[in-house]
Design a protein around this ligand. Structure first.
Ligand SMILES: [Zn+2]
Length: 443
């Protein structure tokens, strides 16, 4: 474990938390926890964090609302952006990311707490209405709301956001999120199979890669799963039954491996462009998916580690590591036996620690050991080039769940932790986090 003085303890909030509860209330929660960094989402976030049906997060101590779509807006200098990709400005003061950032900075400053802006890039609202810049899936359809990271106009848009943020706030760090390809849910499996736009085809061709071969294979996998999910699961389980079988299978899938590596290189290139804009003026910290998922979505941490000082996978064990696996399995088949077979395949594929039945998984998600396993894998992939922060779910877990999440995070000896979604955590869960750090003499 690192020395107490060097450990980073972060609390993550949204603009509406700051607006509705007040910057002082947020800072008081940070003080109760012993947090020395507050991360505030200041750009557009149109997602609702995925969760199991019936367990949608509720704002626990917000005096004005029970739930909210997660959005915030920053004010931008429009001539920095390419046509069609000019971010909209806030039309609701409660979602003003700039105001939230500055008021929090002022309230936190007397306590030596740093405030870090969190910016989402490729899946912002601006991507909803920019079809010619959107990712194209294997079926040839645009993936609504997701910008293709290969395209020069996307790179200009991303660099513009970084430039605007630095100019406006002079932050010590920018926490960058949404730099990857789309996940299967809330999109679809075919949307995960991307990008096959002209820019990507051309880039791949220049490297001697024919994306058309991978595209055909991906379509046939998606069709096989759709047409007979039970047989698909059974056959895939045979492939996973031994290291040799898996190796033999993958040796026949060179086009898929090339496609995955191509995606890694595209994401690395975009993060390198962000670094170029930020270099010497602010640090970059990476908001990444747990590496087992992230590697499939274009985030190869062994490449990205060279471009950032810190990386934080969100290891939310209670909701399947942040991915809506129940939603994905449910979308394939309503049949309980098939759902169980697909869950078994999912668990075997990733070797995740979790309950043996899909029913139990729906009730309690993965085991907290997931946090340790994915944090250790993150460290292994970062290989010392950048440090790791464990990203923890402290809502819908109760006091014991907070203790357990922290215990399992610290088994991986991270540089620190970020406790996510202040507004969804109860006062008891926030206090529990503070108590855990106090009990161990960390704060
Ligand atoms: Zn593309």
């Amino acid at each position: 474990m690192e020395k107490t003085s060097e450990m980073l303890i972060g609390l993550q909030v949204y603009a509406y938390d700051v607006n509705d509860e007040g910057a002082d209330a947020v800072v008081n929660a940070a003080l109760e926890i012993g947090a020395n960094v507050i991360f505030v989402a200041i750009s557009y976030l149109d997602h609702i964090t995925t969760t199991k049906k019936g367990r949608a997060p509720v704002l626990q101590h917000n005096p004005h609302r029970q739930s909210h779509g997660i959005e915030a807006y920053v004010h931008t200098t429009s001539d920095r952006y390419p046509p069609g990709l000019v971010p909209p400005v806030a039309d609701d003061s409660s979602l003003d990311g700039d105001v939230a950032y500055e008021s929090l900075k002022q309230a936190a400053q007397p306590y030596g707490i740093r405030v870090v802006p969190w910016i989402l890039f490729l899946s912002q609202r601006v991507a909803e209405n920019a079809p010619e810049t959107q990712v194209v899936n294997a079926a040839g359809d645009f993936v609504k709301g997701w910008l293709c990271p290969s395209r020069p106009d996307t790179i200009q848009f991303v660099q513009g956001l970084v430039e605007d943020t630095i100019e406006r706030h002079h932050p010590p760090v920018i926490f960058i999120d949404g730099v990857r390809f789309p996940e299967p849910v809330p999109h679809s499996l075919i949307d995960f199979c991307s990008c096959f736009c002209d820019a990507c085809y051309e880039k791949a061709k220049a490297r001697g890669i024919d994306l058309g071969i991978a595209r055909s294979s991906l379509i046939s996998y998606v069709e096989a799963l759709k047409n007979n999910p039970g047989a698909f699961a059974e056959e895939a389980m045979v492939s996973l039954s031994s290291g040799f079988r898996m190796l033999r299978k993958m040796a026949t899938q060179n086009a898929i491996l090339e496609w995955l590596r191509f995606r890694h290189s595209i994401i690395e290139r975009l993060i390198a462009a962000i670094k170029q804009t930020a270099d010497g003026r602010t640090e970059l910290w990476l908001d990444v998916w747990p590496p087992s998922y992230g590697w499939l979505l274009g985030q190869d941490l062994s490449l990205l580690a060279h471009h950032a000082q810190l990386a934080r996978p969100f290891t939310y064990h209670r909701i399947g590591g942040g991915a809506d696996i129940p939603g994905l399995i449910g979308s394939v088949s309503p049949d309980h036996d098939i759902q169980q077979a697909l869950y078994r395949l999912y668990k075997s594929f990733f070797n995740f620690p979790g309950p043996s039945t899909f029913k139990e998984f729906l009730e309690r998600g993965l085991d907290p050991e997931f946090i340790t396993v994915e944090s250790v894998l993150t460290k292994e992939m970062l290989a010392g080039h950048s440090k790791i922060l464990a990203g923890l779910q402290i809502w819908q877990v109760g006091k014991d769940g907070v203790y357990s999440a922290l215990e399992h995070a610290f088994m991986a000896e991270p540089h620190g932790v970020i406790l996510h979604c202040f507004g969804w955590a109860t006062s008891e869960e926030i206090s529990a986090a503070g108590q855990w750090f106090k009990d161990r003499g960390i704060v």
